[in-house]
Design a protein around this ligand. Structure first.
Ligand code: AMP
Length: 440
């Protein structure tokens, strides 16, 4: 029979690597709390229409990469429904914002999420079909200040702080403004006109995009196309005065808080909902998939999915890529490889494998002792009464700092033998003193 494996583009995360994932998530939660963000958890699948309308039919994500299925009705009263595994979380957050009428509080909503997303992309290092994102959104009615450039700058400053606290060195913040929906439409026309005479010299994708979605030409990575793209009109020249002022204010606030950035005229991002500020943090150590995170402002998204006016700004960062970056850094700094943490003690019940009754008794006593020690906050590994002393020592030495021997004599006397592997010392410890002894 052929063996079953994790599906292409998905993978298992095992210890000790999962400890690094947990550390990153814990750091993110701590930083978000300092900026007064609260956690939101939305469902992993949603009505397909949410992404079609929220992310945009024309985008690669919606047109090629979604896991969509027709969910059959289970009763005559139900209708079948097209459902999709979420390819990103902003649309879900904004749907929840609308559904729970969060705008009616009149306050800015500052929400973060951590969880899996799904896209049928071509898998490669740093690109998976199930991947995890940490993201956050600041959204609310305009009266709550949701359109303010200060919100954009604060989110970017928070990200710079988070990456610094995660110990990620050498990131670059790329920033641009794609203006209002009207600015973008104007720029699209300018670009289409500028592309018309040169498109035939470009790659096949660009020839198509030049007609269907000229903005996407700016994402092209084909080397031969780059001189042509560099010579195209820049979006900054198509921005109206309001958008220009907004962008200048974002940059001024970043300058004031010494957050370094690079202006990148080509950063228009893959999702249709972006307006004004767009940004990406990249890292050189990641190879082709060098984007650690991306985001931007989406002032029209709520209305696009049937909600009230609710401007917002947010980002999503790839947890898988954060982990890769940190692992690469550890290798470069020749830090010791990640090792599993040793537990405080290994309890070795010593029984007679042939005497089932005695074995059951000593194993049961060992579990009771482990329960007592774990409840006192110690980390404990539990052996098995069938192990001989030698096997118990070998097993314990791999995972624990000390071994606690629990044989029939120890059970009767209440005095246990503890051996410390680092010092090699062996000590007799009364059971009542075991917690404090092992805690030292
Ligand atoms: P996006 O929603 O495309 O802007 O993605 C935001 C971030 O999520 C990217 O910067 C990546 O770090 C991460 N990301 C996006 N797609 C994938 C993927 N297929 N595999 C791993 N990480 C991804």
């Amino acid at each position: 029979m052929s063996t079953l494996k994790a599906v292409r583009g998905t993978r298992d995360l095992l210890p000790p690597e999962t400890a690094l994932w947990n550390r990153i998530e814990a750091t993110a939660r701590t930083v978000f709390a300092r900026y007064n963000f609260g956690e939101i958890r939305t469902p992993i699948f949603e009505d397909t229409g949410l992404f079609a309308r929220g992310v945009g039919e024309e985008t690669d994500i919606v047109s090629k990469e979604m896991y969509t299925w027709e969910d059959r009705a289970r009763a005559q009263s139900e209708k079948s429904q097209s459902l999709t595994l979420r390819p990103e979380n902003t649309a879900g957050v904004v749907r929840a914002y609308i559904e729970h009428k969060l705008g009616e509080t009149g306050q800015l909503q500052k929400l973060y999420y951590i969880g899996p997303q799904f896209r049928r992309e071509r898998p490669q290092k740093g690109r998976y079909r199930q991947f995890s994102q940490i993201g956050a959104e600041v959204i609310g009615p305009p009266s709550a200040g949701s359109e303010s450039p200060l919100r954009d700058a604060e989110v970017l400053e928070m990200l710079a702080t988070l990456l610094d606290e995660l110990g990620i060195q050498g990131w670059t913040l790329h920033i641009n403004s794609v203006g209002s929906a009207a600015d973008r439409a104007r720029y699209n026309d300018t670009l289409r006109a500028a592309l018309a005479p040169v498109a035939s010299q470009m790659c096949e994708d660009c020839q198509r995009r030049a007609v269907t979605n000229p903005l996407r030409v700016l994402d092209c990575k084909v080397p031969e196309d780059q001189p042509i793209i560099d010579a195209l009109p820049k979006i900054s020249d198509s921005l109206d005065l309001e958008s220009k002022k907004h962008f200048a204010a974002v940059l001024a606030a970043l300058d004031a808080s010494s957050v370094p950035y690079t202006r990148n005229h080509r950063l228009v991002r893959g999702l249709d909902y972006y307006t004004r500020t767009t940004f990406e943090f990249t890292h050189g150590g990641l190879g082709a998939q060098n984007a650690l995170l991306g985001g931007g402002r989406y002032d029209g998204l709520s209305e696009a999915i049937g909600g009230p006016k609710a401007p917002g700004i947010g980002f999503a960062m790839g947890l898988d890529r954060l982990v890769l970056t940190i692992q690469n850094q550890l290798v470069q700094n020749s830090a010791p490889p990640q090792v599993a943490q040793l537990v405080d003690a290994f309890i070795a019940p010593l029984g007679d494998a042939k005497n089932e009754e005695a074995l059951t008794k000593i194993n049961a006593a060992a579990l009771a002792l482990a329960r007592e020690l774990r409840r006192a906050g110690l980390s404990i590994e539990l052996g098995d009464g069938t192990f001989r002393l030698k096997k118990s020592f070998e097993a314990a030495d791999k995972v624990a700092r000390r071994i606690v021997i629990l044989g029939e004599d120890e059970l009767a006397s209440g005095i246990l033998t503890v051996k410390d592997f680092a010092s090699g010392t062996q000590t007799k410890v009364p059971r009542a003193e075991l917690v404090s002894f092992l805690s030292s």
